[in-house]
Design a binder for this molecule. Structure first.
Ligand SMILES: Nc1ncnc2c1ncn2[C@@H]1O[C@H](COP(=O)(O)OP(=O)(O)OP(=O)(O)O)[C@@H](O)[C@H]1O
Length: 370
């Protein structure tokens, strides 16, 4: 897949709440937002990066990265260790200046702290809480840095702590929190004041499965209320929560798009075939000759007019069926036809999926580069 610099089929624009809009930034077709009714500033892209490069001495950490992330989406930044994700986050958060290129967050250079301070929330990868502060105290302090009154800061702090299910930790010292609790307090800090853009670098890193699940639910619950940019090494997690993603490798963008585009969910289905039933010889079931049950089933699939190509991997016992998506042909319809064809030949099915999964896609794209 050739690198894309934006998402061609991206979803419609959502509408983050903010200061009164500049006329050029108002979009007529903005979707209604569940936030309280107040004047909205709508920027079509929450984040724009144009030919951004970041060097640390001789090290090229981010290499000519161009990206556009639409407002209201959950967007993943994916890549192996050292791909440049944290460097990208740090530039979006205004912690690092790019060496070259342009970055806009909500239409501003990220260094415009006064414009963006209450509108962008950040969970850095290695955030550390002040050990001696109590949780409530810390969150109130962070809320006050956004320029709010003490009362308002306290209600904001209580609301986010409630959101991360930490209401009982208000008087607990940060040093006494477990890793998972601390991560959730940091997440609460990133969500303070309902920011329009939230940058989450490894929000579930080091969390136990239940806490990670709860953080994912929390991110999903925020969908549509703000733009969330999330990095994680857990690709199943990103596939579950994200609308779109960019895949980076060694600082370069190697692919971007909606999750369906990246995984091929709109052009291929994977059918895992079962083994021979008891009592039937594996050779009669699985023979590669025309006599085998599986071979006949695959031939029937290949004969379907909707099927462009069908490849069978006998080591994985998997049939990959490629099709041309059209107004009346989507993956679900193809699955129906293919299963029917296979079942008519009494081929056993043990699993079905749309596309190849984000994990496999990332492996395919990055494997040759060592
Ligand atoms: N302050 C720095 N000084 C020198 N090199 C750096 C610095 N920060 C990052 N790098 C280098 O830039 C490259 C990208 O690092 P970055 O932390 O952005 O990757 P990443 O994708 O977040 O990796 P990981 O998944 O391991 O967190 C790496 O080769 C890293 O060693």
């Amino acid at each position: 897949m050739s690198p894309e610099t934006s998402e061609p089929n991206a979803d419609p624009v959502a509408s983050p709440a903010a200061a009164p809009p500049a006329p050029s930034e108002v979009s007529e077709d903005a979707q209604p937002s569940p936030k309280p009714a107040k004047k909205k500033k709508v920027t079509e892209a929450a984040v724009r990066m144009k030919h951004v490069t970041k060097r640390f001495g001789a090290k090229l950490a981010v290499d000519d990265l161009s990206l556009e992330i639409r407002a209201g989406r959950v967007y993943g930044l994916i890549g192996p260790n050292g791909a440049g994700k944290t460097t990208t986050f740090s530039m979006l958060a205004g912690y690092l200046q790019p060496t070259n290129g342009e970055i806009e967050v909500l239409g501003y250079d990220p260094h415009h702290v006064s414009e963006l301070k209450s509108r962008v929330g950040v969970l850095p990868q290695d955030a550390i809480l002040p050990p001696l502060d109590k949780v409530g105290e810390f969150l109130v302090h962070m809320a006050r840095l956004q320029g709010t009154s003490r009362d308002r800061a306290e209600s904001m702090a209580r609301a986010v702590l409630e959101e991360v299910e930490g209401r009982d930790w208000w008087n607990q010292r940060c040093s006494s929190l477990s890793h998972g609790m601390a991560k959730r307090v940091q997440l609460a800090q990133a969500l303070l004041g309902d920011p329009e853009v939230v940058l989450l670098d490894e929000p579930t890193g080091g969390l136990d499965p239940r806490s990670a699940y709860e953080v994912r639910q929390l991110i999903k619950a925020r969908k549509g209320r703000c733009t969330l940019i999330v990095s994680s090494h857990n690709l199943q997690e990103l596939e579950e929560i994200c609308d779109g993603a960019a895949i980076l490798d060694r600082g370069k963008l190697i692919a971007s798009g909606t999750i369906a585009q990246l995984t091929g969910a709109s052009e291929e289905v994977h059918i895992k075939l079962g083994r021979a039933p008891r009592g039937m010889a594996a050779s009669a079931y699985n023979a590669t000759s025309a006599e085998g049950v599986v071979s006949r089933g695959i031939q029937r699939v290949r004969d379907l007019p909707i099927v462009k190509r069908a490849d069978y991997d006998d080591e994985k016992n998997e049939l990959v069926v490629y099709f041309e998506r059209g107004p009346e042909l989507d993956a679900e319809a193809v699955i129906g036809h293919v299963l029917w064809a296979l079942l008519q030949e009494q081929v056993r099915i043990s699993g079905v999926s749309k596309g190849r999964g984000l994990e496999r896609r990332v492996m395919d794209l990055t494997e040759d580069e060592g």
